[in-house]
Structure formats: structure tokens, C-alpha cells
Design a protein around this ligand. Structure first.
Ligand SMILES: [Zn+2]
Length: 214
């Protein structure tokens, strides 16, 4: 855990918006700008993807990020790498301490396999990603929805190598903050999942803020 607080004041943010439980969100964060996600009520999972804004095919790569930092969890100092090996974002502050990039996003398919056939029609992050992309850009489609980051989500790997979804390590008001190392499109699904403890069985809002480059 590397708990690092930020000195940035929300009142001075360039952009400040609440993303309600289950909603999607996308924006471009320009090179040098600081992007923060706040877990407003605690125990929420913010499923997030990153893309080179000039070339969305150069997208976030969980595999390269984990390999290069030699750690499966993300926190302060983590460089979020793209599939071309470029640094998209660097995490510069984190008051939660640990974020997942192994668990993936929930989908109609995973809801059926993990929980029950009747869960197919429940809201899921993959649908939110697709809807948000379809409504926001012309140069992206479902081929661009790859392995994501789950900010604030607790997915520990057991000594036996199993992946488990556990009660969150986050809390009300905790945040993660990152600097864009190039112009980056951020895509968020504020997870609507009701079948596992990733958001305490009670999806809640997150807040997103952007500050001008220092
Ligand atoms: Zn989800």
C-alpha cells in the first residue's frame, strides 16, 4: 500500500462531475492534466479503460502494466501502459492503496456463468462501456473494449493462485489521482453489479475531476 494524498483543491478543478451508480462516462484528459476518481460513499468499483486519444487502437494494456511494474495491484507510482508500450497515465496520488486490473468487467455472459441464468438481463459494465462508446465517439467499437482497471475494487489472489472478489478496502471519500502522459480518452463504467461484494451489493456514485496541467 502506498497511501499518498493530493494537494489539489476540488474548488480549483477545471471539471467536476458526479457519475451515478450504473452510469457510463467518457472524456479526454489532455497531456499534463490531472484526473481524479473519488469513491464518494465507499466500496464502489469504477471499471475504467484508457486510450491514446489520437489513436484509440493504442489502448490500456493490463498485461504490460503488470509485467513492467512487477506487481499485480495498482497504486501510487503505477504507470498505466498501452499495448504499444507508451505510458498513458501515471498514478500520482492514492488514498485507497490498491486497485485491481485482473478481475475484468462484469458482462451479461459472466453474470450467467458466475451467478445464474436469470442474471443475464441485469445491468453490466460491458454493456455500459459499449453504450457510452456508441454515444460518444465514431472511431471506437466493441473491439476496443479490452481488459480494464477496477479502481477501488478488491480482488486478492490467494496463495493457491485463485482470484477472489472480496469486500472493498476503500471507504467514503477515498480517491485515486493520475497524470495524463499524453492526450488520453478515459472510459468509465460505474459498476452496477449486485451479485458480488465489489461494490458492497449497493452501487453508489463516483466523482470525476480534472485539473489543468501544473
Ligand atoms: Zn461491473
Amino acid at each position: 500500500m502506498a497511501l499518498v494524498e493530493s494537494k489539489l483543491q476540488p474548488a480549483k478543478a477545471l471539471f467536476d462531475r458526479t457519475v451515478l451508480a450504473g452510469d457510463g462516462f467518457t472524456c479526454i484528459v489532455k497531456q499534463g492534466q490531472i484526473f481524479r476518481i473519488v469513491d464518494v460513499e465507499g466500496n464502489q468499483a469504477a471499471d475504467t479503460l484508457f486510450y491514446d486519444a489520437q489513436d484509440p487502437s493504442n489502448r490500456y494494456s493490463a498485461v504490460d502494466t503488470v509485467r513492467e511494474q512487477g506487481n499485480i495491484y495498482l497504486t501510487t507510482g503505477t504507470k498505466l501502459l498501452s499495448i504499444d508500450g507508451d505510458v498513458l497515465m501515471t498514478i500520482v496520488a492514492d488514498t485507497c492503496g490498491r486497485h485491481d486490473t485482473l478481475g475484468g468487467a462484469c458482462a451479461a455472459e459472466s453474470n450467467q456463468v458466475r451467478y445464474a441464468i436469470e442474471k443475464k438481463h441485469m445491468h453490466a459494465c460491458r454493456d455500459t462501456f459499449l453504450l457510452t462508446v456508441a454515444c460518444s465517439t465514431r472511431d471506437m467499437s466493441k473491439r476496443d473494449i479490452a481488459a480494464n482497471v477496477n479502481f477501488f475494487m478488491n480482488v486478492p489472489v490467494t496463495p493457491e493462485g485463485r482470484l477472489t472478489f472480496e469486500d472493498g478496502v476503500s471507504g467514503p471519500g477515498r480517491y485515486v489521482e493520475m497524470r495524463a502522459e499524453r492526450d488520453v480518452r478515459v472510459l468509465i463504467s460505474n459498476c452496477p453489479q449486485l451479485n458480488n461484494p465489489c461494490n458492497g451489493f449497493n452501487p453508489t456514485p463516483v466523482r470525476v475531476l480534472v485539473w489543468e496541467a501544473e
